[in-house]
Design a protein around this ligand. Sequence first.
Ligand SMILES: [Zn+2]
Length: 379
Amino acid sequence: MELNNDEIRRYSRHLILPEVGLAGQKKIRSTSVLCIGAGGLGSPIAMYLAAAGIGKIGIVDFDTVDYSNLQRQLLHTDADVGHPKTESARETLRGINPNVEVVLHNTRITSKNALDLIRPYDIVVDGTDNFPTRYLTNDACVLLKKPNVYGSIFRFEGQASVFAPHLGGPCYRCLYPEPPPPGMVPSCAEGGVLGVLPGIIGCIQATEILKLATGIGNSLVGRLLLFNALDMKFRELKLRRDPQCPICGEHPTIKELIDYEQFCGIAPELAADPDEVTVQDMKKALDNPKLGIKIVDVREPDEYEIARVKGVPLLPLSELPKRFTELDPNGRYYIHCKSGARSMKALKFLRKQGFKYLKSVKGGITAWSDEIDSSVPKY
Ligand SMILES: [Zn+2]
């Protein structure tokens, strides 16, 4: 397994690093990485890994190239629009380094195929942009004991970590046990993203992969790196494994892959009105303060006297025009009333005042009484 003369010339800047050297470069060559997503994050990750000489790179993506991708997804060119992302990825990677074996998985990763897709690889890198795939990737990696090199981006901010319970660190679920309620976190497609941002976060992920492959440095296991491009600041949070974690904790309740679309609540029947959530969502928010969602009741004081949901403050619709400043315009709110009509009015009013994250609870406290807690009187 010696390096040939071409490889020695190609990787010479690695070889003269004492921390990498010939031995390290051989380790890089014998490492295989599965890149989930060939988009904004997947582009720099796969390109740098190919250039660095990772032996085998698998690419999972089912999408085709769209014009709106080209602002940041450097794997794909103008001429690739309309073609499968996996194919333009292979062409670009081959152009960078023909020694690398590129394996295409032109499919959507699902609970059915995830374990088989991931099993043959040493390291998994998460370049996805949606919660179901992120939880699926996490759970599959935990079950298979594969390091999951995580990154995510939105607007001007990004974060990265390495999830690897088998190496002593936490997993994604230790950090975020439950996905945010559907519609509360806009995607890049809805909220936008600065084109270079995935370049920065993806390069951090690629760096972590090369460190894992060679065994050098201190990895991001147990640390969450946060980046803000507007302030040009990095921050770091220490992460601990949660002994109660449903998949990597002491008494795991998840022992196989589940239905992640349903888990993330984006089953199509739930997405009727994007401004509304159900009383079940409201209960979830009340039960999980970690989700950071506040509930506000906009009925009138007399009604609040008659019936109320424990722990939900009152801010009557009639007083909202002069009291909305008591709320945080960047906060996340579910608004409820008696049946869902006034809460929708309140939502529209607050949205005009610049509030971004608002949902109206469908059916209001009446639905709450019917579906969640019948001890709350109906009036
Ligand atoms: Zn965990």
